[in-house]
Design a protein around this ligand. Structure first.
Ligand SMILES: Nc1ncnc2c1ncn2[C@@H]1O[C@H](COP(=O)(O)OP(=O)(O)OP(=O)(O)O)[C@@H](O)[C@H]1O
Ligand SMILES: [Mg+2]
Length: 300
């Protein structure tokens, strides 16, 4: 099998618990089962949640079939990937050992190239590579971004999440400047969205600011759903559960939008960090106030 390219997508947000891993496993599942794509999921979080949710936890040797082993021994994904519980999906698992990465590689100038080496030749085997990351700026995140063609930012529709993705956008812009000028932004994916005034007000707020800052906001959003907790309980993607129609419909729209965008490609568009309140003239305190006022003006 040979492809011109693989789409390598890092899912990241500096804020924790915003639906990154949930998005990785559900998008991977649908790409593989609904859209017939071959998918490699790299679990770059030492919590190993993606490894577990994709049914790979019982199927790997924790000594030799992990991301840590591959990075530490300069091995390719081919040496460490395992089949999980689903057709067309392979996983590079992670364990607690991955915690050592920052100390082992953070000071090395070659650290940033770790994932490029790991993924060399991946287009021969996979259509999509999805990388799940930890909510932290560390060498694993930087190295994943340096090897990616796209990044996607899952975020809750709440003001507390704003700084997390703005910090991530700032980091990605530095990676574009210094290490990877082919890193495109897929945009912000709102997850756990409820039909409540506070969420609606926040969404209106970021629609305006993202547009000004040239950062895409995916039109498709993921609703808040009990099926996600049921999926966690059974260690499986929620969209694979019989009866999880609504959440499946949401994720299918997201996956369609991702496929459309990555196939279209186009130039890398740098975000206007000033418009996001990161630099110079715009005060981020003022911006926070604007979000709150926007929300408080809505009847609860
Ligand atoms: N659409 C949703 N509806 C309801 N709950 C959700 C939804 N998406 C995620 N959650 C819940 O939010 C919590 C965090 O989700 P998840 O683990 O995917 O976030 P994360 O960003 O990967 O977290 P971390 O930063 O710790 O890696 C989990 O309890 C998950 O079940
Ligand atoms: Mg996670």
């Amino acid at each position: 099998m040979s492809r011109d390219t693989s789409h390598i997508i890092t899912l990241a947000n500096i804020k924790g618990g915003v639906g990154k891993t949930t998005a990785v496993v559900n998008i991977a599942y649908l790409l593989a089962t609904e859209f017939n794509k071959k998918v490699l999921v790299i679990d770059s979080d030492d919590q190993g949640n993606a490894t577990k949710a994709l049914g790979a936890r019982e199927h790997f040797d924790p000594q030799t079939e992990t991301l840590w082993y591959a990075l530490n021994h300069k091995k390719s994904y081919k040496h460490v990937m395992v089949e999980g519980g689903y057709d067309n999906i392979w996983v590079v698992p992670s364990t607690k050992d991955l915690k050592g990465a920052q100390i082992a590689f953070g000071q090395s100038a070659r650290g940033i190239k770790m994932f490029q080496r790991l993924l060399k030749g991946v287009e021969d085997d996979f259509d999509y590579v999805l990388i799940d990351t930890k909510p932290q700026i560390n060498i694993l995140l930087q190295s994943a971004l340096a090897a990616s063609t796209w990044f996607l930012i899952p975020s809750f529709p709440e003001p507390d999440s704003y700084d997390g993705f703005v910090d991530l956008l700032t980091e990605c812009d530095e990676i574009v400047e210094d290490a990877n000028d082919q890193l495109h932004c897929l945009g912000v994916l709102l997850t756990s969205v409820k039909k409540i005034p506070a969420h609606e007000a926040y969404i209106r707020f970021i629609q305006k600011h993202m547009k000004q800052a040239h950062v895409p906001l995916l039109k498709a959003t993921i609703r808040s759903s009990n099926a996600i907790a049921t999926g966690s309980l059974h260690s499986c993607p929620a969209v694979s559960l019989p009866g999880a129609y609504a959440i499946r419909e949401d994720y299918i729209k997201v996956v369609r939008s991702i496929i459309r965008t990555v196939n279209k490609g186009g130039p890398v568009v740098r975000p206007d960090l000033e418009a996001l309140g990161v630099l110079g003239s715009t005060d981020s305190g003022l911006m926070e106030l604007e979000i709150k006022q926007n929300i408080e003006s809505v009847t609860i």
